[in-house]
Design a protein around this ligand. Structure first.
Ligand code: C2E
Ligand code: MG
Ligand code: MG
Ligand code: MG
Length: 282
């Protein structure tokens, strides 16, 4: 029976089938250490108003800055953070850092920028989300009206009335909500009807497939039509080409986000981007 020593001197029994489990536990330990050591950073991806070309907002996207591996994308650690329960601390850190960033930009004399932050379903599980967010907003001095919290359809599957109650409490503070990756979940329409959301983000897969014959154009049209009737703002995700951008504008989509406009930028570059926009418009 193979035995290996974990990072903290914990001994794992690792017959073949347990190797992945051991690796996962190791990842949980590494994530916790990274959080303690302040190794997470937020990148910011601009969102553009398709009607005016102006900046509509930014989305904060977390990165793990590991001294050896470099920037690790969320696809490699968010699930582990959720499973280990660390997402509650990481999620709070993310909201706090995003709030602090809005204050730093304000101090630089930049116009208030809408700041989108992703929330995990698990962050709705405890009773503390509302109180924590409220105290983060107060302590950082951020304007809650700049915050737009992105939730996915999986959030609702847990406990709908409670989720709605927490969302309404946060709405009472001036915080807005968006549904992320819209169209990929199971409960889209039910969601739209009952959740206090103002924005929809059309999932990247529909944008990617938009211009193909027999592709996703009818779906995108339907989403835009429905959103229009419900008074919801729509952001298209993952816009990579000028053609996609033109098509979305033609279909009446309000906002776009994607590599065509900008990759997610580290703080210094995002700040430079915003300063340049301000300079150009002055
Ligand atoms: P998301 O919220 O749907 O974020 C959009 C993702 O698409 C980002 O990936 C972004 O870098 C990527 N993206 C943007 N434009 C383009 C494009 O034109 N082409 C392509 N191929 N990709 C594009 P990222 O940063 O790796 O984040 C992945 C997911 O991880 C996010 O998807 C979100 O669900 C999650 N995530 C990111 N930050 C956080 C966070 O702070 N908390 C939580 N709970 N989840 C987060
Ligand atoms: Mg998002
Ligand atoms: Mg998304
Ligand atoms: Mg997505």
């Amino acid at each position: 029976r193979a035995k290996s020593k974990g990072k903290d001197g914990v001994e794992f029994h690792t017959p073949d089938m347990d190797i992945t489990v051991a690796r996962e536990v190791e990842l949980h330990v590494e994530l916790r250490k990274a959080l303690d050591a302040g190794r997470f950073e937020l990148f910011y991806q601009p969102q553009t108003d398709l009607r005016t070309g102006a900046l509509a907002g930014v989305e904060a996207l977390v990165r793990w800055n590991d001294p050896v591996k470099g920037y690790v994308p969320p696809s490699e650690f968010i699930r582990a953070a959720e499973e280990s329960g660390l997402i509650e601390r990481l999620g709070e850190w993310t909201i706090e850092e995003a709030c602090r960033q809005t204050v730093r930009w304000k101090r630089l004399g930049l116009p208030p920028v809408r700041m989108s932050v992703n929330l995990s379903a698990r962050q709705f599980r405890g009773e503390d989300l509302y109180r924590n967010v409220r105290s983060i907003v107060r302590e950082t001095g951020a304007d809650p009206r700049q915050l737009l919290l992105e939730i996915t359809e999986s959030v609702s599957m847990q406990d709908v009335p409670r989720t709605i109650r927490i969302m309404n409490e946060l709405r009472g503070e001036g915080i807005r909500f968006a549904i992320d990756d819209f169209g990929t979940g199971y409960s889209s329409l039910q969601y739209l009807r009952s959740f206090p959301v103002r924005h929809l983000k059309i999932d990247r897969s529909f944008v990617t497939d938009l211009l193909r014959a027999g592709g996703s154009e009818p779906i995108v049209k339907s989403i835009l039509d429905m959103a229009g009737h419900m008074g919801l703002d729509v952001v298209a995700e993952g816009v990579e080409t000028e053609e996609q951008c033109r098509k979305l504008r033609q279909l009446g989509c309000g906002e776009a986000q994607g590599f065509w406009y900008s990759r997610p930028l580290p703080e210094a570059e995002a700040t430079a981007f915003l300063c340049k926009l301000k300079g150009d418009s002055a």
